[in-house]
Design a binder for this molecule. Sequence first.
Ligand code: ASP
Length: 354
Amino acid sequence: MKNTLLVSLALVLSIHATPLLGQTTKLPHVMILATGGTIAGSAESQTSVGYTSGAVTVDVLIKAVPGLTKIARISGEQVASIGSQDMNNEVWLKLAKRVNEILKADTVDGIVITHGTDTMEETAYFLQLVVKGRKPVVLTGSMRPSTALSADGPLNIYNAVAVAGDTGSRGRGVLVAVNDNIHGGREITKTNTTSVQTFESPQYGLIGTTLYGKQSFFRYPFRKNTTSSEFTIDGVTAFPRVDVIYAHANMSPDLIDAAVKNGAKGLIIAGVGDGNMTTPALEALARAVRSGVVVVRSSRVPSGHTWRNSEVDDDKYGFVAAGELLPSKARVLLMLALLTSNEPLAIQKMFDTY
Ligand code: ASP
């Protein structure tokens, strides 16, 4: 089994950036970068609940999609083979740098990234902030493993490739094509643990829809992204530690103090309501700011703004308000912001811009 995987990987690397035989050169060239996830998952039977993420290689994924080579010239590359619950800064940097390299070389018309659904929204937003190019970069994944009854992966890959090869997708930031919907990298969030219709873009709606490879677009992203983003990962090899802390009734200050003690340079509080927390937690956050940590107030509520200076006096405490960015996405933005600043008002401006 291990040998088969190695042979598959060698095959993938050998076709790297090279269109497959028999494909017409008029079709757009789409490169698929695989990172693992359920879309590459394998289960013991067609109806098993349990499965292993990231077990299937990119060439096998491509071959499982009927008609794919009729809509694009495809090449594939394996960037990682992980469940996205294991996504980390190293893989993000490797993936984003590879995307930027491919876009700079200008040999493809679009890029598809296959990815687990658990942290897809974070990767999409990270790429939205650091990818430098207007050509489509489209993430996709699936809720059911590749071996399941009615696996949703093949159609999602088909649609993602169609979106990536469509010139109408250009300049719309990093996109996610799942379950016939096209989401913006900033807005998308997972809302259901197992349903195929899990992804929503709660506040601002979809960028468009796709049906068997035909797109209908509704809007462009409204915040700065990709080519207009100030963030760069050139020369970056690591990020400052940023932790997310979940607020709740009777919240103690202990986890906040522990995060700071363990080296967090930034804290995102997933506050109750409009980014609120207990008085002892608020005092711990104030201590964190005094020790040089940047604190961002966001909300554990799935939609709505966390407004600056509403019930908490952000001016007095030196906090940043996340607006409508979800805690997981606020963490991504703060990690990038901390590369260049630890000044709360400068970082507030970034939260108002991205
Ligand atoms: N745990 C999986 C992952 O994120 C779930 C999925 O892909 O749907 O990799």
